[in-house]
Design a protein around this ligand. Structure first.
Ligand code: CTP
Ligand code: MG
Length: 258
């Protein structure tokens, strides 16, 4: 059984603002190491993967490739392919999926299911501190037969649904969601390869532009009527989006046990 990760790093990191030093987010250093490299090392540390396809901005291909000398994750033997992503995260994942077959072919791994890989994990470079145990747990759940598995944590805020923002900046509350049943989802999101390929083909048919693209792959799978499951995520799997997140990630690193 083959298992490959698509590591999405084709975003620009707009919301990091000046804290991103004008770099695409994947190249932004966290305690001296670019986010994408940390994320790739985490995937390698999980020990359950046959390869990683990294999606990157078209203008930064050379800078990203330079992080993976010999086309492996540094310090490991895990094969890496760096490919150009798309205008939306969804398009980037689709580009990553297309990169899996050539990568596996070059390493001699095979897929039993006829998909690009039997198991595909989609992971955000922005979640570069995700513990290897979370990666292994998602991979193991898919291998064990759950076809769509996402890590998630309980939410601490009360979440309200609202209508449009009005001229004075206020918006009407339309619903208060029952917090105990809510989960904030993280990555890696794991799928049977065949299912994810189908979901992306269907998603591309229904648009996939800025306005309609989904921020999460499980959403595409749900839209196909397929059951998605959650397993426990981790606070260290936070997504680095804003300067505060970057500072928090630095703090988490400095308090790492062992
Ligand atoms: N991503 C991608 N291709 C895109 C957009 C996003 O591969 N066209 C990736 C990002 O690189 C990131 C993940 O999807 O690892 C989650 O996206 P987000 O946190 O929004 O990152 P950015 O899009 O880079 O940030 P921003 O939205 O602030 O510009
Ligand atoms: Mg974005």
């Amino acid at each position: 059984v083959s298992s490959v990760a698509v590591l999405t790093a084709a975003g620009s990191g707009t919301r990091l603002g000046p804290a991103g030093a004008g770099l695409p987010k994947g190249l932004v250093p966290l305690a001296g190491e670019p986010l994408v490299l940390r994320a790739a090392r985490g995937l390698a540390a999980a020990g359950c993967l046959d390869g990683v396809v990294v999606t990157v901005p078209a203008g930064s291909l050379a800078e990203f490739r330079a992080l993976f000398p010999g086309d492996v994750v540094p310090g490991s033997a895990l094969p890496v392919a760096v490919v150009v992503g798309g205008a939306t995260r969804q398009a980037s994942v689709a580009a990553g999926l297309r990169g899996i077959r050539p990568l596996l072919a070059s390493t001699g791994s095979t897929s039993e299911s006829g998909a690009c890989a039997d198991v595909v994990l989609v992971h955000d470079a922005a979640r570069c501190l995700t513990p290897p145990e979370v990666i292994r747990a998602v991979d193991a759940a898919v291998r064990a037969g759950r076809r769509a598995v996402v890590p998630a944590v309980a939410v601490t805020d009360t979440i309200k649904q609202t209508g449009p923002t009005e001229a004075d900046g206020a918006a009407a509350v339309t619903a208060t969601l029952h917090r105990a049943a809510l989960r904030a989802v993280q990555t890696p999101q794991g799928f049977a390869g065949l299912l994810l390929e189908d979901a992306h083909a269907a998603g591309a048919e229904h648009g996939g532009d800025e306005a309609t693209a989904l921020s999460d792959d499980a959403g595409l799978v749900e839209a196909m009527g397929e059951q998605v499951y959650v397993v426990p995520g981790h606070e260290r799997a936070l997504k680095i989006t804003t300067p505060v997140d970057l500072a928090l990630a630095e703090l988490l690193l400095s308090t790492e046990e062992g």
